[in-house]
Design a protein around this ligand. Structure first.
Ligand code: HEM
Length: 158
C-alpha cells in the first residue's frame, strides 16, 4: 500500500510542476512576449524560456505516466477504460498522450522548424496560434485534474 501512496504522491507532484508550468507559460510568458517591440527579442526570449521548460515538462510527463500506469496496475483497474463513468481516466490518458506527442515528437521534429519559419515571417500570427494552442491544452488539463480528484475520491455524476 505504501508503494501505491508513493506513486500517488509522485503523480501529483509531477502534475503540479507540469501543469503549473503550462499555466505560467500560457497566462504570463506568452502575453508578455507578445507585447515586446522587436521581433528578434520575441523569438529569442520565447525560445529560451520554452526551451528550458520543455526539459522539465519532459521529465514530469514521464513521471506522471509511469506513476499513473503503476497505480492502474496495482488497482488492477484496466477495465475502467471500458466504463464511461471513468471519463477522467480517459481524459488523463488523452492529455498525457497529447503532451507526449508534442514534447517528444512534434516539437523537436516539426514545430521547432515551423516556429522558426513562420515566426520570422509573421510573428504576431505565429504567437496568436501558439497562444491558442496553449490555452486549449491548459483548459483540457484543468478539467482533467478536477475530474480526476473528484472521481478518485468517489464523486461520480452519473
Ligand atoms: C497515462 C497517463 C495517466 C494515468 C495512467 C493516470 C492514472 C491515474 C490513476 C490510476 C489515479 C488514481 C485513481 C484512483 O485513486 O482511483 C490517478 C489519479 C490522479 N491523476 Fe492521473 N493518470 C495519468 C495522467 C494524469 C494527468 C495528465 C493528470 C493531470 C492533468 C492527472 C491527474 C491526476 C489527479 C489530479 C489524480 C487524483 C489524485 C487524488 O486526488 O488522490 N493524471 N491517475
Amino acid at each position: 500500500m505504501e508503494h501505491f501512496t508513493l506513486a500517488r504522491v509522485i503523480h501529483i507532484v509531477a502534475v503540479v510542476l507540469w501543469i503549473g508550468g503550462v499555466s505560467m507559460v500560457t497566462t504570463v510568458i506568452i502575453p508578455a512576449v507578445k507585447k515586446m517591440k522587436s521581433k528578434e527579442d520575441q523569438l529569442k526570449t520565447f525560445e529560451q524560456i520554452e526551451g528550458r521548460f520543455a526539459l522539465q515538462a519532459k521529465i514530469t510527463t514521464v513521471l506522471t505516466g509511469l506513476s499513473g500506469f503503476y497505480m492502474l496496475y496495482v488497482l488492477d483497474a484496466w477495465d475502467r477504460y471500458l466504463d464511461y463513468r471513468y471519463w477522467w481516466i480517459h481524459a488523463m490518458t488523452l492529455v498525457w498522450i497529447l503532451f507526449t506527442l508534442v514534447l517528444f515528437i512534434l516539437e523537436p521534429f516539426v514545430l521547432y522548424k515551423l516556429f522558426r519559419k513562420y515566426g520570422e515571417k509573421d510573428p504576431a500570427k505565429t504567437f496568436r496560434i501558439m497562444h491558442r494552442a496553449h490555452w486549449i491544452l491548459l483548459l483540457l488539463s484543468l478539467i482533467t485534474t478536477a475530474g480526476a480528484v473528484a472521481g478518485s475520491h468517489g464523486w461520480f455524476w452519473v
